[in-house]
Design a protein around this ligand. Structure first.
Ligand code: CU
Length: 511
């Protein structure tokens, strides 16, 4: 893969002189942010920006929809498979031999059945953190479903050779949002996820305004580094502290795929960040991204943005209108300083104008029922959650999770609202994820100003919220219907594995 390194000084000289060559491909927003007006955050800007700018690759590929078995269950076979990524053979952990896993589609009101069969090799081996390998389970990240029984219950696990049947009641789902599935066995999630276990899970939006008529693509973003035909192994606790970022950055398992768009067409892209630790600051060269949905569902209207930050675990639903004369345009991830790792600009996808022109309109309204909660917060319980890191471990309120009997805990009641204040006492950003119940963001202190203003004003539902380094967020969390024991944690998956996770006990409200 082609790499260049440009210092800030070189870059500014190039942009001011209008230099020719590959660097012309840099997005104008990069120039603005490097001049200090783009909310880059502090630190690192005197350093170098590495360009990961591979040539346009194969045609855009979309994960196929999973097949149901004769009893109506989607079947997910967890198994090793020898595949090629960007031409390099690699043995990955897969669902059904695919990378990423197949797309599961369901609709509000349905019962979703999934049969997961663990076909990984039997082993007694443990990983660097001392956890037994190849035990797995399934987390339906983002679904508003029960954390108990056979639904999104993290207490159930399958050893090699075992099968788990999952049953999800989707009667309280929000239509029109993108979720994803991945394993969630503490201590082993990072290596299983890094090794390939993730797939999209789409809730259909039959009645959602004018969106159903648009050409729609799911884009699962994932990175990996291949070493000796395998996902690069974890070699030190410092890799867990940093979180792994791969040198192959892919959309649906392909490097810089080429997606066709007709001149004048509007496409809908449903994008999930399924990387362990890589943040994306997405921008489409010379085009706006019109945000129409977030983690938990659709927005009231399109929000026109020049770039949007997408931390691990977050999802966005955007409309793209081909409103230029023609040509090829790069979907980029602009440099972003998460407090760790190098600054990179990555070319993710090439959008190629082709075919007969059309004149699609961008819908003015998306989901007219989407609103921000407007409640008197004074009587709601307030929770304070502090995230920190030290000596190879992650902490929530000073406790590093090692099991249900050694965890920071929150006890909530159903039919209530709570205000959660999350404080980040480290020099690294942490994307905070709570299971089961999506929230709305009341405020964000620190970090990317565009991210903060968007999510603290739009009627967005979130289950992952970026807590900026040495900053804080305040969330309004409805705890309405589902009781049971569930989790909240950092979605830099390595941080979860080293203990930045807590237990959330939701009790039924006494009658
Ligand atoms: Cu973290």
């Amino acid at each position: 893969m082609k790499r260049h390194t440009v210092t800030r000084r070189e870059f500014m000289a190039m942009t001011s002189l209008g230099a020719a060559g590959a660097y012309l491909a840099l997005h104008p927003a990069l120039a603005r942010s490097m001049m200090g007006s783009g909310g880059m955050g502090s630190g690192g800007m005197g350093g170098k920006v590495t360009l990961i700018d591979p040539p346009p690759g194969a045609a855009f590929f979309e994960p196929p929809v999973a097949r149901k078995n004769s009893s109506g269950s989607y079947e997910l076979l967890v198994k090793e498979a020898r595949l090629r990524l960007n031409g390099t053979p690699v043995t990955l952990l897969t669902y059904n031999g695919m990378y990423p896993g197949p797309t599961i589609r369901a609709a509000r009101g349905e019962t979703l059945n999934v049969r997961m069969v663990n076909m990984l090799p039997k082993t007694t081996a443990t990983n660097l953190l001392g956890h037994r390998r190849n035990i797995t389970n399934l987390h339906t990240h983002g679904l508003h479903v029960s954390p108990s029984g056979k639904a999104d219950n993290m207490m159930r696990m399958a050893a090699p050779g075992e099968t788990l049947d999952y049953i999800y009641d989707l009667s309280h789902e929000q239509p029109g949002h993108l979720n994803f599935y991945h394993p969630h066995v503490h201590g082993t999630v990072a290596e299983q996820y890094w090794g390939g276990l993730a797939g999209p899970l789409v809730i259909e939006d039959a009645a959602a305004g004018q969106l159903p008529g648009l050409e729609t693509h799911v884009m699962l973003l994932k990175d990996i580094t291949i070493s000796n035909g395998l996902p690069e192994p974890y070699l030190s606790t410092s890799q867990y502290m940093r979180g792994k970022e791969g040198n192959l950055v892919m959309v649906n398992g392909r490097v810089n795929p080429v997606l066709a768009i007709r001149p004048g067409q509007v496409q809908r892209w449903q994008i999930v960040n399924a990387c362990n630790a890589r943040f994306f600051k997405l921008a489409l060269d010379r085009h706006s991204l019109r945000l129409v949905g977030t983690d938990g569902g659709l927005l009231d209207k399109p929000y026109q943005l020049s770039s949007i930050l997408l931390s691990p675990g977050e999802r966005i639903d955007v409309l793209v209108k081909a409103d230029q004369g023609g040509g090829s345009f790069k979907l980029l991830s602009l440099p972003y300083d998460r407090g760790c790792g190098s600054l990179q600009q990555v070319t993710l996808l090439t959008l190629d104008y082709s075919g007969t022109s059309t004149s699609d309109a961008v819908p003015a309204t998306i989901d007219a029922t989407a609103t921000r909660l407007n409640l008197d917060l004074s009587s709601f319980p307030r929770r304070q959650i502090t995230l920190s890191m030290m000596m190879g471990k992650g902490y929530v309120n000073g406790i590093s999770f090692t099991g249900m009997d050694h965890a920071s805990r929150i006890t909530s009641c159903t039919k209530s609202y709570e205000v959660w204040e999350i404080f980040n006492q480290s020099n690294m950003d942490h994307p905070f994820h709570q299971h089961v119940n999506a929230c709305q963001v009341l405020s964000i202190s620190g970090g990317d100003s565009g991210y903060a203003s968007l999510y603290s004003t739009a009627p967005a539902w979130k289950d992952v919220v970026l807590v900026p380094k040495m900053g804080s967020v305040t969330l309004l969390v409805p705890v309405m219907d589902y009781s049971g024991m569930t989790m909240f944690h950092c979605h830099i998956i390595e941080h979860e594995d080293i203990g930045m996770m807590g237990v959330w006990d939701i009790m039924d409200m006494p009658m």
